[in-house]
Write a protein that binds this ligand. Structure first.
Ligand code: MLT
Length: 205
């Protein structure tokens, strides 16, 4: 398969939710397992490693500067990741109706890009510290997709109005979007985790 990844099946059967774990810059496929386990103890988990290296640090797409993305690469990587999700769905017999991305920072940005360009492969996402990845020529129909954004009021990397714009894009596309503001910077806090866990619990019902 085309991405380095780690798969942990659900202990409770193959109909369970799968969390697709997408790390931040410099992370790897293992990073978000503890977080995901906390968010959804019974979910299957698929940790993926970004293929682009920036000074040796894995990422999911190239950037020209902090917050300035190489759009051509982003689009290419978005489709590449979508094909991987389809492949993994077959290989690991995932329930395609219940695949949620959980992304942090760079991983949240590519998850948002997948929702805009390849919406069929995800049911929704938890996006920690996401920003607008790109402005698609046309917004897709995201009706039925559930998205939780957790943004930091004092994030030095993601300006507040950028988070607001992303949330508006999801809303205009018809997604069920919740934007949650944390009294935090770019790093995650216990409060982020508590909010995300509650949101995930509602998904299971
Ligand atoms: C990005 O490059 O995706 C964002 O600047 C977030 C980051 O990875 O620092």
């Amino acid at each position: 398969m085309t991405f380095i990844h780690k798969w942990i099946p659900s202990a409770t059967g193959s109909n369970e939710t799968t969390l697709l774990l997408l790390h931040g810059t410099g992370g790897n496929e293992e990073d978000l397992f503890p977080l995901a386990r906390f968010l959804a103890p019974h979910a299957a988990m698929l940790g993926v490693r970004g293929k682009v290296l920036e000074n040796g640090m894995p990422r999911f797409f190239r950037r020209l500067a902090e917050g300035v993305f190489d759009e051509e690469d982003l689009i290419f990587r978005t489709h590449e990741l979508a094909r991987f999700i389809e492949e993994a769905t077959k290989t690991y017999s995932l329930n395609p109706e219940r695949i949620y991305a959980v992304g942090y920072s760079n991983g949240a940005n590519i998850a948002a890009s997948v929702l805009f360009l390849e919406p069929a492969v995800l049911s929704g996402a938890v996006l920690f510290r996401a920003m607008v990845p790109l402005e698609p020529a046309e917004l897709p129909d995201l009706a039925g997709k559930r998205v939780l954004m957790l943004s930091g009021r004092h994030d030095p990397i993601v300006p507040a109005n950028n988070s607001e714009t992303l949330a508006q894009m999801f809303q205009q596309a018809g997604a069920d979007i919740t934007l949650n503001w944390q009294n935090a910077g770019h790093g995650l806090t216990n409060s982020d985790l508590a909010v995300a866990r509650k949101w995930m619990e509602q998904l299971q019902n």
